[in-house]
Write a protein that binds this ligand. Structure first.
Ligand code: HEM
Length: 119
């Protein structure tokens, strides 16, 4: 079961890498658009995270912190809403609202910080 948990963690981290990587590409290339790849990364991170929230394959004595997990879930839902609203605006007006673009990256990074620094 432990190997299964680690495999799901790998999927979860791959989703994070796709979401954050897609965002960094947009910062570096100067376009600052929200892209469909970000949706895919978010979806993969969400599916992995929800599976990881089930208490299987834990080390003896290891417990899940559901306050931390709940916080990450709320932030993930906010990122999803920002992507939905931002991409809708992009389609209609052609422009990406800068606040929405920057918040997607900042909140994704915040979730990774919560995952690794909150103990
Ligand atoms: C953009 C959103 C997210 C990012 C960037 C993210 C990032 C991470 C990272 C970097 C880890 C590895 C931490 C470690 O092993 O020390 C992790 C683990 C984990 N994540 Fe996420 N996560 C996100 C969303 C979620 C969501 C929505 C859930 C659950 C509903 C979730 C549940 C978990 C669980 C249960 C673990 C393993 C146990 C733990 O260390 O807390 N994650 N996440």
């Amino acid at each position: 079961m432990e190997i299964l948990r680690h495999a799901v963690l790998l999927v979860h981290l791959t989703g994070f890498a796709i979401l954050f990587g897609a965002w960094v590409v947009q910062v570096v290339n100067g376009q600052r658009r929200l892209t469909n790849l970000m949706n895919w990364g978010l979806l993969i991170a969400a599916v992995g995270g929800i599976i990881l929230s089930a208490p299987f394959g834990l080390y003896p004595g290891q417990e899940l912190d559901y306050v931390k997990i709940g916080t990450k879930l709320v932030i993930l839902l906010v990122i999803g809403a920002l992507l939905g609203i931002g991409m809708g605006r992009q389609r209609k007006t052609g422009a990406t609202p800068p606040a929405l673009f920057w918040l997607v990256g900042i909140l994704t990074f915040a979730n990774a910080a919560i995952a690794t620094l909150w103990h």
